[in-house]
Design a protein around this ligand. Structure first.
Ligand code: C2E
Ligand code: CA
Ligand code: CA
Length: 437
């Protein structure tokens, strides 16, 4: 969440930080311990989150002067009964006595760090992140209290978080899942299911979407919602996506060998799209399998567009250059902007099932869907209705002009053998009419 701090330069264990003249970690712990002997006390940890960008911009010696300015601000705001310290190169801590609910003081201290720093007349924004733990409630040992304030800091999704037992449990759970997942990649615990996407006009299978499944050796079947978002927070999403792509393309080869020229759609995460090496690797993966780009479709979400747009666009263009079709997934959720649609190098818009689900009952959902389809038509993009669960919904999305449909009405995500059976049954029934599913 935050940049890694530069190497520690202050002398720990002496009680004082020689550079800033503040307490160091040992000094803060000592102060907290003494406060706890007398009553409740708060450990507050504060991090100026953009400090390392600033360091990169102005150099170490001048940023040291800024740290000193911050330290002085904090000492002033903390009040005479508190002890201000530095516990890591750009991380402050404040020991506050008798103040378990001193919200005002905590807010004042956070505001102190939040004010921009002026360097050569230019204001540099410094955002504060803070975590706190209150003894003896959250821990009766000074060291533990400080640790827990730091745990709260790193669990923070707002500017300030008070320690909660659940943080440690949640953090440990995340770590365990991630290390299990790393092993799962190596030991073949990940499998793919495939869900057909149907061309509404012809009733033919347009492509199949690969959806990852994890057979966890202890927890059993883990749905992607339980591990993909975690992987997305780390580098692990890179190898995971590559693994899924490899599996999907292997299946594609096998289908072709059996005379089934299916296109497979694979989900990409935002992080994948800003990886400048992605397009090259995908190209190689196709090449070694002797597959054409048209064998693959990639699904991206709008969150891709929020950050590092330029890199994302370059990647998308390169993928399209390989003949790969691109679909914008879950459209209508998130920060949907219709304006994006005209700029994005995509071929298809997948309309999120939250709109599709309500079509029968909500005139508003129908209006949104109609507007998306109209715009997509004008931009010559195909539209996929996601989450079509019944014939009535299929009829509605057909009337509204969607090109393709996906959902339980046709098939749930199927195992590879399940998919083959489904295809065989469908061929035997000679399903041609769009509305008979
Ligand atoms: P998604 O890309 O929107 O995939 C469609 C999800 O909707 C699938 O859930 C599918 O089972 C479900 N679904 C399909 N038709 C219907 C329907 O008619 N009704 C209802 N209620 N649900 C339907 P699943 O397999 O649990 O996947 C959830 C999400 O996890 C996916 O949403 C996708 O965002 C992510 N995901 C799955 N596999 C991968 C992967 O390999 N890589 C990445 N990055 N994400 C993946
Ligand atoms: Ca998808
Ligand atoms: Ca979707």
């Amino acid at each position: 969440m935050y940049d890694r701090p530069p190497p520690d330069r202050h002398v720990p264990g002496t009680g004082r930080d020689p550079q800033l003249g503040l307490a160091d970690r040992a000094g803060i712990e000592h102060a907290l311990a003494r406060m706890l002997e007398r009553g409740p006390a708060t450990a507050l940890v504060l991090l100026p989150t953009r400090f390392h960008e600033l360091l990169a911009a102005i150099g170490r010696s001048r940023s040291d002067a800024l740290l000193q300015a911050l330290a002085a601000r904090l000492s002033h705001a903390a009040g005479p009964d508190a002890v201000v310290g530095r516990i890591a190169p750009a991380c402050f801590a404040v020991a506050i006595p008798d103040a378990p609910d001193d919200v005002e003081r905590v807010e004042r201290l956070i505001a102190t760090l939040d004010a921009p720093l002026i360097v050569d007349g230019v204001p540099y924004p410094v955002r504060a992140a803070a975590g706190s733990a209150v003894g003896p409630l959250d821990g009766d040992d000074a060291g533990q209290l400080l640790d827990r304030a730091e745990i709260a800091l790193h669990s923070a999704d707002g500017p300030h978080r008070r320690y909660h037992e659940g943080f440690e449990r949640a953090a440990r759970h995340r770590l365990a899942v991630l290390s299990d997942l790393e092993r799962a990649l190596a030991s073949g615990q990940l499998r793919l299911h495939f869900q057909p996407i149907i061309d509404i006009g012809t009733g033919a299978v347009d492509c199949v979407e690969a959806l990852v499944r994890w057979d966890h050796p202890v927890h059993g079947a883990m749905p992607p919602g339980m591990f993909i978002p975690l992987a997305e927070q780390t580098e692990l999403i890179g190898p995971l996506t590559e693994h899924v792509l490899g599996l999907a393309l292997d299946h594609c080869v096998a289908w072709r060998e059996d005379g089934l020229p299916l296109t497979v759609a694979v989900n990409l995460s935002a992080r994948n799209v800003v990886d400048p090496a992605l397009a090259g690797r995908v190209g190689e993966m196709l090449l070694v399998r002797g597959l054409d780009g048209s064998a693959l479709k990639l699904e991206i979400t709008e969150s891709v567009l929020m950050e590092r747009q330029q890199v994302a666009f370059t990647t998308l263009e390169a993928l399209r250059g390989l003949g790969i079709k691109l679909a914008l997934d879950d459209f209508g959720t998130g920060y949907s902007s219709l304006a994006y649609l005209q700029d994005l190098p995509i071929d298809e818009v997948k309309i999120d099932r939250s709109f599709v689900r309500l079509l029968g009952t909500s005139e508003r959902s129908a209006a949104v869907l109609r507007a998306i389809v109209t715009l997509a038509d004008d931009l010559e993009l195909r539209t996929v209705a996601e989450g079509v669960e019944d014939p009535a919904t299929l009829r509605l999305v057909t009337t509204l002009g969607c090109t393709l449909a996906q959902g339980f009405h046709f098939a749930r995500p199927l195992s590879p053998s399940g998919l083959r059976m489904w295809l065989t049954r469908r061929a035997a029934a000679q399903v041609k009419l769009p509305l008979t599913g």
